[in-house]
Design a binder for this molecule. Structure first.
Ligand SMILES: NC(=O)c1ccc[n+]([C@@H]2O[C@H](COP(=O)([O-])OP(=O)(O)OC[C@H]3O[C@@H](n4cnc5c(N)ncnc54)[C@H](O)[C@@H]3O)[C@@H](O)[C@H]2O)c1
Length: 457
């Protein structure tokens, strides 16, 4: 969907006007392309005292062909010899050893001298410990402080640079491959100001993985695949090697077939709110594919109106499509053991489910419910070496958002640290990350893909 305002602002005349009026110009974000190197420059890996993961991160990045730097070279030592300071595609700081508020000053000392050396579309990644796992109050406070740093730095970053925090649970020090690769790469272009939790993965989760096609040989089901975010999810999962079963309502049959043809997948036409929908999905997956490895609950609708003016039917429709259908389908998938061992479920929630939205009591209820559902089912999935997670998109450029009134649309689009709406592919990349076999240590979590929307934590 063309963002006309962005085109205007970035035209030569538009630039002149915006600089006079101090209107922020949306930066062009670097996005993933097959075969692209993980990082578009050297990655600086630093550690505060007592850091437990610097070595593992250096090793995994080096193994991925990244030029890792562990100390800042001065101007004269700059490799290109052109007298300019060395610049970095990403700065990773191991802050797992920070256990006292006084230690936080090390973050200032490590980051302050290098923040202006980050390339456009750069990454700043802090690695910490989950505060709730801390043994004492000082450690918990100090680790919680990292969130404040990341959320603020995300708002200060420029030129498409994103800032994220990874909570590394005890025992997960060697299981950071998928998370670090996702966050360093262009796949996480629209993820900023967020915390990603990584727990210990079952041994061998990364063994023999082809990082370009991590889903090779797997079957994935995507609901709402005929257009918008669902279409992009189907494309990205197919790119990553999966056979994609594209599901949508019969009225979208032609569009659905076009998507399936393009991604080399197959179609399943049904309304997910139908009484027999879970059984039909189960039968289809069992008979045609012998099971399923990845299930993405993306189909969703809005019926916005203030609660005072909302008909009961609008409430019911939104809850039925966005939440109840996911619950029914997941119950059936787990009860009938159609989800293969190690299987992944990824549910699409929304920023509205976290921060609420005017005229969206029904929608926000459904999307907050998705987060609760994911948290509740996580232990069941872990028993099967699998995972269930949610992504919460902010403003994404689709037909759903194109239908919004102009003023709300422009506000929605700009109210984030990257000053622009996200693309469907940004949500799809986050889903592909959770679907990857190597990301199994992340379970029961919700990741916002919203360019760090200015509302909501
Ligand atoms: N676009 C955004 O900014 C945004 C933001 C936050 C969350 N989301 C969520 O992302 C998901 C996709 O959004 P989108 O913008 O691509 O929407 P969209 O309206 O463009 O596409 C949704 C798809 O779901 C299908 N669908 C709807 N009801 C269905 C049903 N009962 N059975 C089967 N399929 C059904 C539709 O036919 C359509 O193809 C939704 O869950 C939405 O709530 C979107």
């Amino acid at each position: 969907m063309a963002d006309l305002l962005q085109q205007l602002l970035t035209s030569p005349i538009g630039r002149q006007i915006t600089s006079t009026l101090s209107v922020p110009i949306p930066p062009e974000l670097r996005r993933h392309e097959p075969g692209q190197s993980l990082a578009h420059g050297p990655v600086l890996v630093l550690a505060a005292d007592g850091g437990a993961v610097q070595g593992a991160v250096t090793e995994l990045l080096t193994g991925a062909g990244v030029d890792v730097v562990d100390e800042v070279t001065d101007t004269a030592a700059e490799p290109a010899g052109d007298g300019r300071p060395q610049r970095f595609a990403a700065i990773v700081v191991d802050a797992t050893g920070i256990t006292r508020s006084a230690d936080l000053a090390q973050l200032h000392d490590l980051l302050h001298p290098v923040l202006k050396r980050v390339l456009p579309s750069g990454r700043i990644i802090l690695l910490g410990r989950p505060p709730e796992d801390a043994d004492d109050a000082h450690t918990r406070a100090a680790q919680r402080s990292l969130e404040g740093v990341v959320r603020s730095l995300g708002k200060e970053a420029r030129d498409g640079t994103t800032v994220t925090l990874v909570h590394v649970a005890a025992g997960a020090e060697g299981d950071l491959d998928a998370a670090v690769r996702f966050l360093v790469s262009a796949r996480s272009a629209y993820v900023s100001g967020q915390v990603l939790h990584v727990g210990p993965a079952p041994s061998g989760a990364c063994d023999g993985i082809d990082w370009e096609r991590p889903l090779a040989g797997q079957v994935a089901l995507v609901t709402g695949a005929a257009r918008g975010i669902g279409e992009a999810i189907a494309e990205v999962l197919a790119r990553d090697g999966a056979h994609v079963v594209c599901l949508d309502v019969p009225a979208q049959g032609d569009a659905l077939q076009r998507v399936a043809n393009r991604v080399g997948g197959t179609t399943l036409q049904l309304d997910i709110t139908g009484d027999d929908a879970p059984q039909r999905v189960i039968d289809h997956l069992r008979e045609r594919h012998g099971g399923v490895d990845v299930v993405v609950h993306n189909a969703g609708i809005t019926r916005d109106k203030s609660l005072a003016n909302m008909e009961r039917g609008w409430w019911d429709a939104v809850i039925a499509v966005n939440l109840t259908s996911q619950e029914r389908m997941n119950d059936a998938l787990l009860d009938e053991k159609v989800l293969n061992e190690g299987g992944r479920i990824v549910c699409v929630s929304s920023m509205a489910g976290i921060a609420g939205g005017k005229g969206q009591t029904n929608y926000a209820a459904s999307k907050a419910g998705v987060i609760g559902h994911v948290e509740a089912l996580a232990p069941k999935l872990a028993e099967r070496s699998g995972s269930i997670n949610a992504v919460a998109p902010g403003f994404i450029e689709t037909e759903m958002t194109a239908a919004m009134p102009l003023i709300s649309r422009e506000f929605g689009r700009r109210m984030n640290s990257l000053n622009q709406g996200g693309q469907p592919v940004d949500v799809a990349e986050a889903i592909a990350f959770f679907a990857s076999p190597a990301a199994v240590g992340s379970n029961g979590t919700t990741l916002r893909v919203d360019g760090q929307h200015l509302i909501g934590a």
